[in-house]
Design a binder for this molecule. Structure first.
Ligand SMILES: [Zn+2]
Length: 467
């Protein structure tokens, strides 16, 4: 089975063919660090996380680059409004972003480059665009990309060439399809704005040039996969393609993958709509990080995802089922010959899981394969029809598939101090049929965040997680 992903530019499902055999370079547009990143952004980042994890599971070496925009119109406005140095503001929100992605078990990107550390690379690209006639200066020292010089402009966003407003300019970093005009590569110096002295004159970069500079610096002039949310297709990614290809003469990106919106209360989650939810707020409200991760990854990336109380409750229930099977398989002990058909069942589940992800990263079908396997294993546990070794092999398969999903409980979760002694005392109490002490010890363990359950295989415990 070939791994195929849908490429936004061609509109086709394309087989994954690495530029360099065995290696995939992936660039994901990352956060603009002027405030907390909301879970709509995290849906897009976690889609890229699943992509990276799956390609690694498939044995490929992946270099994952996610940029940090630490200079743009909004950052400058927020820092000026708060009377705070820009570096302090962006540094604080970058740390928060890292804490949030760790809580959501996102793979740390291999490179997390900051825009302000790549000014030289941006200046070099803009210099080449000026030399080749794809860019021009204005009186205030700004430099714009000339879209009429690039006939392919508009292919990604499927723009009608009649929409192009030739010779007119848009200065804002973010603009809509009604403003298909020459866009700012470099912004001339202004009072109250940071400025760099460079070979193309003083000023600061526009937003779009940042991603061309950082992706090509870390992945080369042509690389395999570029990801982002659908709202970045225009103008951001359209502009990235134009300025990158016009400066190098090479194909910029092989496959463009775009993640659909997260919706809350019937509308796309967006700061300007005001319907945003942040990771730390949800965790403080008692949502478990694993349930939140599950809720954000469980729907195919090209479908809109509605975040509701019901969707997070369903995610929490799914996590609970995984916790239960994990501890049941871990505790399972049965002296009997190995089941003759278990390997086939495990291999079948794995084949379904891989076929789903090979088919344009169909994570909902991959999760269905996992939960069908969980149901089958629960049946076998109830029947006592597996050997101890069978249960270990089944758990090994679940753990291996979880390299992609990262939703199972941590392996060998540590007990809080004092809990091991209470568990041992409770085991003795139960052996002595001292049910009153056993119940009291269960309550004491619960107070430490350890949930105990009695099974045929003895007492089983797990860390209780708020949901
Ligand atoms: Zn970007």
């Amino acid at each position: 089975m070939t791994t195929r992903f849908r490429d936004t530019l061609s509109g086709e499902l394309r087989p994954l063919e690495p530029i360099e055999p065995g290696h995939i370079g992936i660039y994901s547009c990352g956060p603009t660090v002027y405030g907390p990143t909301h879970i709509g952004n995290f849906r897009s980042f976690l889609f890229a996380d699943i992509l990276v994890r799956y390609l690694r599971y498939r044995g490929l070496t992946v270099t994952w680059v996610m940029n940090v925009t630490d200079i743009d119109d909004r950052i400058i406005a927020n820092a000026n409004a708060a009377g705070e140095p820009i570096g302090d503001l962006t540094g604080r929100w970058l740390e928060r972003f890292k804490a949030d992605f760790a809580a959501l078990r996102m793979t740390p990107p291999d490179v997390l480059p900051r825009a302000t550390e790549h000014i030289d690379e941006m200046v070099a690209i803009i210099g080449r665009l000026l030399e080749r006639g794809h860019a021009y200066r204005t009186d205030d020292g700004s430099i714009f990309f000339r879209i009429s010089s690039w006939p392919a402009y508009g292919r990604l966003a499927r723009l009608d060439p009649a929409q192009l407003q030739v010779g007119e300019r848009v200065e804002a970093d973010d603009y809509g399809k009604d403003d298909v005009r020459d866009f700012a590569l470099w912004k001339g110096p202004k009072p109250g704005e940071p400025s760099w002295d460079t070979a193309i004159g003083p000023g600061r970069p526009g937003w779009h040039i940042e991603c061309s500079a950082m992706s090509m610096r870390h992945l080369g002039e042509s690389f395999d996969i570029h990801t982002g949310g659908v709202d970045l297709i225009f103008p951001h990614h359209e502009d990235e393609i134009a300025q990158s290809e016009a400066s190098t003469g090479k194909t910029f990106v092989r496959t463009w993958m775009h993640c659909d919106h997260l919706r809350l209360g019937g509308a796309k989650m967006a700061r300007r709509v005001g319907n945003i939810a942040r990771v730390s707020e949800l965790l403080e409200q008692g949502v478990s990080p694993r349930a939140l991760r599950y809720a954000l990854i469980a729907v195919h990336y090209r479908q809109a995802l509605e975040y509701t109380d019901e969707s997070i409750a369903a995610a929490a229930a799914a996590i609970e089922r995984l916790d239960t099977i994990e501890s049941a398989l871990d505790a399972y002990a049965q002296e009997r010959p190995d089941a003759t058909d278990l390997d086939e069942v495990l291999a079948g589940a794995r084949a379904r899981f891989e076929a789903a992800l090979d088919d344009d990263l169909n994570v909902s079908a991959a999760l269905a394969a996992v939960f069908d396997l969980v149901r089958e294993l629960n049946r076998r546990i109830a029947e006592r029809s597996m050997s101890t070794a069978d249960a270990a092999r089944a758990l090994g398969t679940l753990r291996d598939l979880d390299r992609v999903l990262a939703i199972l409980p941590d392996e060998a979760p540590g007990l809080p101090p004092g809990a091991a002694e209470l568990l041992a005392a409770r085991e003795t109490a139960r052996a002595d049929r001292d049910w009153a002490s056993s119940d009291r010890l269960r309550d004491e363990l619960a107070a430490l965040g350890v949930a105990v359950e009695d099974t045929r295989d003895g007492q089983r415990w797990k860390r209780s997680e708020g949901v």
